[in-house]
Design a protein around this ligand. Sequence first.
Ligand code: FPP
Length: 251
Amino acid sequence: MSMRLPFFNSKQTQDEIIIDNIPDHVAIIMDGNGRWASKKGLPRIAGHKEGMDVVQRIVRAAVKYQVKILTLYAFSTENWKRPKLEVDFLMRLPKEFLHIYLPQLMENNVKINTIGEFNSLPDHTKKAIQYAKEKTKNNDGLLLNFAINYGSRYEMVRAMKHIISDVESGKIDKESLDENTLTKYLYTKDLQDPDLLIRTSGEQRLSNFLLWQLAYSEFWFTDTLWPDFNEEIFKQALCDYQSRKRRYGGI
Ligand code: FPP
């Protein structure tokens, strides 16, 4: 029998969450901050600021619904092309987010992780994230995984270079190379693949996000702009996931 969350009454059907069929790993492309701000006549960075607060609300929802891993696309390797002011603002957001929310993350047993080219981030960004990683390292609840300075094609090329070097040094045997080998050389080596990908703002593309890891994930799109995204819409995505039949190429 399925265990249901206590705060849903038994009459709920359409939006009912069955807690034993929650996706373990949810990945989100948080899109639409700029459009949200423009619509309100605000600078784009106002959308990112609002988006930061939405991150915390969705983290709380993910904890509540017992998601195990939440991967958020916070900054892509292509985002460096944006105006300096916007890039600088985005690079300050992790520090601001952690300054405000780290105590709540600790209370909720959340562990911080990142994927992406960490070393090329500004020192202040690295320092804030490293501090949070250290502080949360023994937490064993939700893994909050920020994809920051992340690009999937770069990740695969980087993995290939490491594999070639390990083949050349004799650490691994060329004949033993298979799909698992590449998986083990990606930033996500310690994580299971996402079960569910959510993208906000009406765009329906992957934008160089987890191309290898999303091979068998379920996709869910909403027109809602990220700053307007909320727990209710997150719940709809989880409920929709629960109605899907995953066949992984089988029947
Ligand atoms: C895409 O929207 C969003 C981003 C490139 C940045 C996402 C960042 C956040 C939501 C805040 C992250 C918070 C932390 C804690 C790191 P867009 O700017 O491309 O929007 P647009 O398509 O409407 O222009």
